[in-house]
Write a protein that binds this ligand. Structure first.
Ligand SMILES: *Cc1c(COP(=O)(O)O)cnc(C)c1O
Length: 410
């Protein structure tokens, strides 16, 4: 008799984006004449830049000829891409990461979801609240939690509330945790952590032999000078952290798929005999067993981001989104909202007025002015009373959405 992995039955049915879709579709059917502006989902809107497209085409062309055809590539990723990443993302910025520490994949969603596989089942796991749902759901699927409780938390996960009271920086846990997911610049709040704040976490991890899983998917959106781009800018992080990076938001690869994990040589974890074992070695074993490499033309396309033209074009696209974010932030502040994020991240996180619930604010926006955003409570209980707008939209739509909010005096 075939049996299910019953841990899947603990999952709350993919609620947030399907529910948004359901409400928007129902409204659209009843009001076919209304123009709905969608600023909810975290997906890029601008096309790949010319330098990337050119390299992508050239990579495809190579596949068409005997002399340049490629079969399976190295599971860890082609050296040309790993070396370009090591140089441009880390070494040029004074961070000692080498090409050997980098594992190319087809996305950070899979990487953050798969990483726990190499860690024992008895680790306690901490996540920020609100949170990118992948960390939590994959922890549940792996059988590392109990059921969802009434307060919206799974039993057995250590949740760290991030609200305006603590400036969206979680408090250091009172009881020891072993594995800590941190995401900065943060999705959904759009906020960042300073070097000092990250240093406290690195110190904590070192003192407790814990490991930080640092998701830096939005690193490229950082505009201010002193905001850390990588956990490895913090002294000591190379012995207690793993970093996740993705080309999805940085270079519009959400539909093209390319990302990477960085695992320093020095990072170890203990086995039950008390021996320190290389984490990189274990991940390498896992990656080469379950993954056969990202597509060659895609890796060629990703490497083109590091050419002078690629860099310039990528920066222009990011500047466009960040101008959108700035317009939203200014306009919403003028309307009297408390607004967070939007300076070093493509998300603007606002606090509703008069403690209005996130979903009530969603319905009000949809019904009164046909603007769609994402209810903060969908990312976790501490997101209640907050709302996320994404700057991945056309300038025209951003301006119109802000005008509608202004005219409706919400
Ligand atoms: C979009 C996003 C990613 C990137 O996921 P991919 O699978 O690489 O597209 C990773 N982490 C967070 C928090 C994100 O919002």
């Amino acid at each position: 008799m075939a049996r299910l992995n019953e841990h899947y039955e603990k999952l709350q049915a993919g609620y947030l984006f399907p529910e948004i879709g359901r409400r928007v579709n129902a409204y659209a059917q009843e009001n076919p004449d209304k123009k709905i502006i969608r600023m909810g989902i975290g997906d890029v809107t601008l096309p790949l830049c010319p330098a990337v497209i050119e390299a992508f085409h050239a990579g495809v062309e190579e596949m068409a000829h005997d002399h340049s055809f490629k079969g399976y590539g190295p599971e860890q990723g082609y050296a040309f891409l790993r070396e370009a990443i090591a140089k441009h993302e880390f070494q040029d910025k004074g961070v000692a990461i080498t090409a050997d520490d980098i594992f190319i994949s087809d996305g950070s969603k899979c990487d953050t979801g798969n990483i726990l596989e190499i860690f024992g089942m008895n680790n306690s796991i901490a996540v920020q609240d609100p949170v990118y749902p992948v960390y939590v759901d994959t922890t549940v699927m792996a059988g590392r939690t109990g059921s969802m409780q009434k307060n919206g938390y799974y039993e057995g996960i250590h949740y760290m509330p991030c609200t305006e009271e603590n400036r969206f920086i979680p408090e250091i846990p009172q009881k020891p945790v072993d594995i800590i997911f941190l995401c900065y610049p943060n999705n959904p709040t759009g906020t960042t952590a300073t070097k000092q704040e990250l240093k406290q976490w690195v110190d904590y991890a070192q003192a407790n032999n814990a490991i930080i899983l640092f998701d830096a998917a939005y690193e490229a959106f950082i505009q201010e000078k002193d905001v850390p781009h990588s956990i490895f800018e913090i002294e000591g992080a190379d012995s207690c952290a793993i970093e996740f990076r993705s080309f999805s938001k940085k270079a519009g690869f959400t539909g093209t798929r390319c990302a990477y994990i960085v695992i320093p040589e020095k990072l170890t974890a203990q086995n039950s005999k008390g021996e320190q074992v290389s984490v990189k070695k274990l991940w390498s074993r896992r990656h080469s067993t379950k993954f056969n490499g990202a597509s060659y033309p895609v890796q060629k396309a990703a490497a083109a981001i590091y050419t002078p033209e690629g860099k310039k074009q990528t920066e222009e696209i990011i500047a466009y989104y960040m101008e959108n974010a700035k317009i939203m932030k200014q306009s919403l502040e003028q309307q009297g909202f408390s607004v967070y994020g939007g300076v070093n991240a493509p998300y603007v996180w606002l606090k509703t007025k008069n403690n209005m619930k996130s979903w009530d604010f969603f319905d009000t926006l949809l019904e009164k002015i046909q603007v769609v955003g994402t209810p903060g409570s969908g990312f976790g209980p501490s997101g209640e009373g907050y709302f996320r707008f994404s700057s991945f939209a056309s300038r025209e739509n951003v301006i119109e959405a802000m005008d509608r909010i202004k005219n409706a005096s919400l």
